[in-house]
Design a protein around this ligand. Structure first.
Ligand SMILES: Cc1ncc(COP(=O)(O)O)c(C=O)c1O
Length: 352
């Protein structure tokens, strides 16, 4: 039979990620929640510069950059963006320069947020840092980064811009279409099946890629995107647009219908990058039951979504959590996390 995703291997791509990433059981968390059987796909272990989901996405962006003979990569994102940090690392590995633009997306941040975690790594990686004063102005941030690219071009550089706003080919999502093939091979070898996949939905590339890949390969697992950036109505438009974009890139009819797009924004408040009680509970349970570190902006909110679904679904159900990384963000929120965890009186786990 023809490989429905055959065209994926013909698109420009560079190898950056350590794959396959491990697929592990979470028996202690499953038992604690007395609900569904839980597994985790360790995409926090993709290798490059502390890892995370964006490494798989960057394989396609940097592939395109190399195809265009670029010598400089430009990217815009939040101050504690993992994508920005990993783009800087990928550029180093490819022998390219990197310009990053950090946007003011999170209100009331402290000095630690602005200098530790991903920001420190950006500096160690030697990226040229620019600042953008807004946090909710994607097209303005894209315009500004294009201006920086135009300046670089005038200086004789060959820039490649990784875009932020929708309306561009979702190259990053292709990394997760490819990851779906890897995942299905792993569960096949283990003789397992999956009922449900839970993943953070930010730009929506990871969510859309997984959903598209599963559906294209004929798998019926439900995919729930846990909103970490915007509410579910706006996020649905993004994910749906990315699925259409993937179909175009792969020259396929999209197998994804609107009813396949499941979004949950119950764990987002008070907003992107801001810690709520469920974030802290999820961090505590993941760490103390499974030795897993999840970050306050993305993976702890997704883990809170997983906990919610696991509690609701019975023991006959098997749910996979995609751990998308974000570890440096823990240090960017150090004072708030120290305040909470120093007391060690969280909601979950009795001391051993
Ligand atoms: C650690 C982490 N998890 C999840 C996401 C969300 O992934 P996506 O932007 O593909 O929706 C991000 C986005 O930056 C991230 O850094």
């Amino acid at each position: 039979m023809d490989d429905p995703l055959g065209r994926l291997t013909t698109l420009p791509r560079v190898a950056l990620a350590h794959t396959p990433t491990p697929l592990e059981a979470m028996p202690n968390l499953s038992a604690h929640l007395a609900g569904a059987e839980l597994l985790v796909k360790r995409d926090d272990c993709t290798g490059l510069a502390m890892g995370g989901n964006k490494v798989r996405q960057l394989e396609f962006y940097l592939g395109q950059a190399r195809a265009e003979q670029a010598d400089t990569v430009l990217i815009t994102g939040a101050v504690q963006s993992n994508f920005v940090r990993l783009a800087a690392a990928a550029a180093c590995k490819m022998g390219m320069a990197c310009h990053i633009q950090l946007e003011e997306r999170v209100p009331d941040t402290d000095a630690v947020y602005r200098s530790s975690g991903n920001v420190l790594l950006d500096r160690i990686l030697g990226a040229t840092v620019h600042h953008y004063p807004e946090g909710e102005d994607e097209s303005g941030a894209d315009r500004r980064i294009q201006e920086i690219a135009a300046d670089l071009k005038r200086q004789g550089r060959r820039p490649y811009v990784i875009p932020l706003a929708p309306g561009h080919a979702p190259l990053g999502a292709l990394g997760y279409v490819l990851a779906t093939q890897e995942l299905l091979t792993q569960i096949d070898h283990l003789g397992l099946d999956l009922d449900h996949v839970v993943v953070a939905s930010g730009s929506g590339h990871t969510h859309a890629g997984l959903l598209f890949g599963l559906k294209a390969l004929g798998h019926s697992a439900k995919v729930s995107g846990i909103c970490v950036r915007r509410g579910s109505a706006a996020q649905r438009i993004r994910v749906s647009g990315h699925c259409a974009g993937i179909a175009e890139l792969l020259d396929l009819t999209s197998p994804v219908t609107d009813s396949d797009i499941n979004l949950d924004d119950d764990f987002l408040a008070p907003g992107y990058g801001r810690i709520n009680h469920a974030t802290l509970e999820a961090m505590e349970l993941a760490a103390r039951l499974e030795g897993l570190i999840v970050d306050p902006t993305y993976t702890a909110k997704a883990m809170a979504g997983l906990i919610h679904h696991a509690r609701r679904q019975g023991a006959g159900c098997r749910i996979l959590f995609i751990h998308t990384g974000g570890h440096p963000g823990v240090f960017g929120s150090e004072p708030k996390l120290t305040e909470y965890f120093a007391e060690n009186t969280g909601p979950g786990v009795p001391p051993r």
